[in-house]
Design a protein around this ligand. Structure first.
Ligand code: FES
Length: 590
């Protein structure tokens, strides 16, 4: 047992297991938990019951390491005086789920809220990994507001193919282009894909998984240095043990998500996201986590607090290296140390360590300047998301950290006009339409075109699929044109290096401007003013708006229908709007 000096307090689980006013019900609760060997004395000793949300399974391979890690979490919980109870999270596997795993962020959220509300859990370890598993669990922890801590599963080991680093996801996007260019055959493409994923763990690039785990740490929800430790490293198991010990203290002290997830924490997460070249999916997920925590973050915050932040991390897809080098260079604390020295953080705020982020970051300077650059000599300047609006949408973002020199030269740095370009729109109604027609010569796609996809937002293709990073036609790729400007109401993979304009809100299916654009329209993007418009007469637009919005496919399952009826737009996090008023429900016992 721990010798912790925190005075004992009454836990919510005691209302189940130690409730003299309802001894009949207490008997009922106790007898079935005892049938796997736990004793009544253990359950009635005033020890906190610690939930372990198990996100790993055979169909959640990115999180499968947690099946092992949970044993070390249990050891830590038991050594600190708690009692562990492990239960499953609805599985989320980004690459496999159709139409998109994103729809299940909200389903996993709902399921976890119900478990944490309805069962005798005093505090909880959130086991995160694959993209949406992190925001789903933090959203739920906020709604219930019982003590919670994040344990990342960690990235895979670095992938290598033919002597080159092969980053998961990013290697697929590069391989697809080489396949289209005729440089490799299908067999080699499969070999590259396998080589990019060499071990247990989540994506080893700074895709959405590494981003969201890094941001959970930046928010203060995990122990210092947790997110970047590769899954197979010994430190990962040690971190699991320490996380188990720590959650018992958080339970004793009743330190809840509402004490940690402040506005300052979310603004710091936006800053960190820019510095690591984080995924564009961070935008809806940060927004969703903030809204479920009751924190207002304006859409303009990405521009106001994030855009000027330089890229410090040299990691794919914005840079060169992968997860192992990032961890060895110092991980998230080393990035935050740079930002803290530059005065960019609001680090005097509580974290799950029991102290402030500022204290957590002491002596955490990077030990590898090839991987983590100094703030005043960064990899790129102004690396945060660019926020756009216009007559096509009220809100969309562009990931500036992945704009290549070639793309910049072709579109953004033309003689006499900087950061403004005009393109002929080629419009696709959903991903199926894109794949069916992209190589159709009749579309006459050239460097002056912008590929536009609609019907891919939260309602249109339920969940909002990662389809905006559309590849140019094979013929263009063979000529060396690897990226065209793209725009859409869907999302894109965090491992993509495409500088798309995405997350456009409101989406076409909700009557957003994308519904009224036609192939052949000229689209003007002005990064000086933050505008993106179709250059179409108001009278013509008014005529178009008399038509119905483009049709979208029917729901395939009951959950898709329920999701579509309750989901908001990506600008606001794609939350189930009806869920937002529920907060602190762990203190209103059933
Ligand atoms: Fe699961 Fe990348 S697909 S972490």
């Amino acid at each position: 047992m721990s010798t912790n000096p925190t005075p004992p307090r009454r836990y919510r689980s005691q209302d189940w297991f130690d409730n003299p006013d309802h001894i009949d019900m207490t008997a009922l609760y106790l007898e079935r938990f005892m049938n796997y060997g736990i004793t009544a004395d253990e359950l009635r000793a005033g020890r906190p019951i610690i939930g372990i949300v198990q996100s790993g399974s055979d169909i959640s391979p990115c999180n499968r390491i947690h099946l092992e890690l949970a044993k070390r979490v249990r050891d830590g919980i038991r050594d600190a005086g708690g009692i562990a109870m492990e239960f499953p999270l609805h599985p989320i596997f980004e690459n496999c789920r159709r139409p998109t795993a994103s729809i299940d962020r909200n389903l996993a959220y709902l399921g976890l809220v119900e478990i944490l509300h309805g069962y005798p859990i005093d505090a909880v370890v959130l086991t995160t990994g694959c993209d949406k598993t992190t925001p789903a669990q933090i959203m739920a922890a906020s709604t219930v507001d019982i003590p919670a801590i994040v344990l990342s599963g960690g990235p895979m080991l670095d992938g290598w193919f033919e002597g080159e680093l092969a980053g998961s996801g990013t290697a697929i996007w590069h391989g697809r282009r080489r396949l289209a260019a005729g440089e490799i055959d299908n067999e080699k493409f499969l070999q590259i894909a396998a080589a990019s994923a060499p071990s247990a763990g989540h994506c080893n690039t700074m895709g959405t998984a590494s981003t969201m785990n890094a941001l959970a740490e930046a928010l203060g929800m995990s122990l210092t240095g947790c997110s970047a430790i590769p899954a197979p490293y010994r430190e990962r198991g040690q971190m699991a043990y320490e996380t188990g010990r720590r959650i018992v203290e958080l339970a004793r002290q009743d330190v809840r998500p509402s004490h940690i997830l402040t506005r300052d924490a979310f603004l710091d997460a936006i800053v960190v996201n820019a510095a690591i070249g984080g995924s564009t999916n961070a935008q809806p997920h940060i927004m969703a986590m903030a809204r479920h925590a009751g924190i207002e973050i304006e859409s303009s915050a990405w521009m106001e607090f994030g855009h000027d932040v330089p890229l410090l991390l040299n990691m794919q897809p914005a840079g060169k290296f992968l997860g192992e080098r990032f961890h060895r260079a110092g991980g998230v604390p080393a990035i935050m140390w740079e930002l803290q020295q530059a005065g960019k953080l609001r680090a005097e705020r509580l974290t799950v360590t029991g102290t402030t982020m500022a204290v957590n970051l002491r002596d955490r300077a990077s030990v590898d300047r090839e991987v983590i650059y100094p703030y005043d000599a960064p990899l790129k300047t102004k690396a945060g998301f660019f926020v756009l609006k216009g007559n096509l949408f009220d809100f969309a973002i562009m990931k500036t950290s992945v704009i290549s020199d070639d793309f910049r030269a072709r579109y953004l740095r033309r003689p006499g006009i900087e950061n403004v370009f005009e393109c002929r729109a080629v419009v696709f109604d959903g991903s199926g339409d894109y794949h069916a027609r992209i190589n159709d010569p009749a579309l006459d796609i050239d460097e002056g075109c912008m590929l536009v996809i609609r019907g891919a937002g939260p309602i249109g293709w339920p969940g909002s699929a990662e389809v905006v990073n559309m590849q140019p036609p094979d013929a263009l790729i063979r000529r060396g044109i690897l990226n065209l400007p793209t725009l859409g109401d869907g999302r894109q993979s965090g491992t993509s290096d495409s500088p798309s304009i995405l997350n456009a809100s409101p989406e076409s299916a909700a009557g957003g401007g994308l519904a009224w654009v036609r192939s052949g329209d000229i689209i003007r993007v002005d990064l000086n003013t933050g505008r993106c418009d179709m250059l179409v007469d108001d009278a013509v637009l008014a005529e178009r708006k008399k038509e119905p919005v483009p049709p979208t496919p029917p729901s395939q399952t009951p959950w898709q229908e329920l999701y579509r009826a309750t989901v908001g737009q990506l600008e606001q996090g794609g939350c189930m709007e009806m869920a937002l008023p529920y907060r602190g429900v762990g203190h209103d016992l059933p």
